[in-house]
Design a protein around this ligand. Structure first.
Ligand SMILES: [Zn+2]
Ligand SMILES: [Zn+2]
Length: 351
């Protein structure tokens, strides 16, 4: 489960308009502290101090990026309302800010829906305001981190908890969705055995798919499942060479393989030879007869491949006579082009 990287972080956040305000996060104390740096911020914080009373919630109004075109990952701001029509905006101006702003947003999502005003003070001549995000249900201490806010359980109380671990969906700590062991009382994750490496994200996703019956979809990788990703990253995905001069058919076959295998498309016999030479770990080869043209001209290539390749070679000419010739040359399977992809998936045992 997610916690802040360190217990105390100092960063700068500018209210919208580019002004810079110091925000300090002290997790053990459970407070976020905004300190004015510029005269304008002095005005904002003094006003906030006058308009707010202890325990008052500055309602979260939403977030956004600095301009409609800027990616959210670059700059994010959070807006809060207080008093009558008054708003406070925290704007991230650096990458560090961005992290902090996201942490505040996540904590607020699970907390009480805003920043809880606790105190206005003047420190070293500068206006300063302290906020909490939620409160520990055991000891009432204010809390500001995601895991504390989600479980309403402060770190100090969690340290004293007699954990009862259970298995269920987890998030946080860089994992958006996964399965793991966590305490059903305080929400803290079960410590990993010493030296056990972090599991890759796709393993978490595969576990979530299996145990929760959900389907994980990657926005930036359309059509790719966590299982495929694991195969690609860990090099266990099967490799398939499609020798087919017709772009249309080659494309149909590639799409038919649905990203479940790695596909190399060769549109000439030269390309096919080159790929074949560079890929000693091919699982299946699909072979058209006329590459290119209308006369069968790939039998020599099949014979040559057969000198070293022992895996399946599928004859995929649409002409059944040519398929026979290909089989005589060394192909051991045949399929219509429309059936070729399915045949490959059967042969490699991926469904
Ligand atoms: Zn507590
Ligand atoms: Zn616990």
């Amino acid at each position: 489960m997610l916690g802040y990287a360190s217990t105390k972080v100092l960063w700068e956040i500018a209210p919208k308009g580019g002004r810079v305000m110091h925000v300090e996060q002290d997790r053990p104390v459970g407070l976020l502290t905004l300190t004015a740096v510029t005269p304008k911020e002095e005005v904002v914080l003094r006003d906030l101090g006058t308009a707010s009373v202890f325990g008052q919630i500055l309602r979260y109004q939403g977030r956004g990026s600095i301009s409609p075109n800027a990616p959210l990952s670059e700059r994010m701001w959070l807006r809060f309302s207080y008093g009558f029509g008054k708003k406070l905006t925290l704007l991230a101006t650096t990458e560090e800010d961005e992290k902090a702003v996201r942490q505040i947003r996540d904590a607020i999502y699970f907390g009480g829906g805003g920043l809880i005003f606790t105190i206005y003070s003047v420190r070293d001549g500068k206006s300063s305001v302290d906020f909490a995000i939620a409160q520990c249900k055991v000891c009432d201490k204010p809390v500001i981190s995601l895991v504390e806010c989600e479980w309403l359980y402060c770190d100090a109380c969690a340290a004293k908890c007699e954990h009862r671990y259970e298995r269920g969906p987890i998030h946080g700590g860089g994992v958006d969705l996964g399965m793991g062991e966590f305490c059903g009382i305080c929400g803290r994750g079960k410590p990993k055995p010493e030296g056990e490496p972090e599991r890759p994200l796709y393993d978490h996703h595969i576990a979530a798919e299996e145990e929760l019956g959900v389907q994980v979809i990657y926005e930036n990788l359309p059509g790719i499942t966590p299982r495929m990703l694991k195969g690609f990253v860990e090099g266990t995905a099967k490799k398939v060479l499609v020798v087919e001069d017709d772009q249309y058919w080659s494309g149909i076959i590639r799409r038919g393989l649905k990203g479940k295998v790695l596909v190399a498309q060769a549109f000439t016999t030269e390309e096919a030879e080159a790929v074949f030479q560079e890929s000693p770990d091919l699982a299946v080869i699909l072979m058209d007869a006329c590459v290119p043209g209308d006369d069968p001209n790939t039998m020599w290539l099949v014979r040559k491949m057969r000198e070293t390749f022992t895996g399946p070679i599928i004859a995929i000419s649409s002409n059944s006579d040519y398929r026979k010739e290909l089989i005589q040359a060394g192909c051991d399977h045949e399929a219509e082009k429309t059936e070729a992809a399915q045949k490959v998936l059967e042969l490699v045992g991926v469904s």
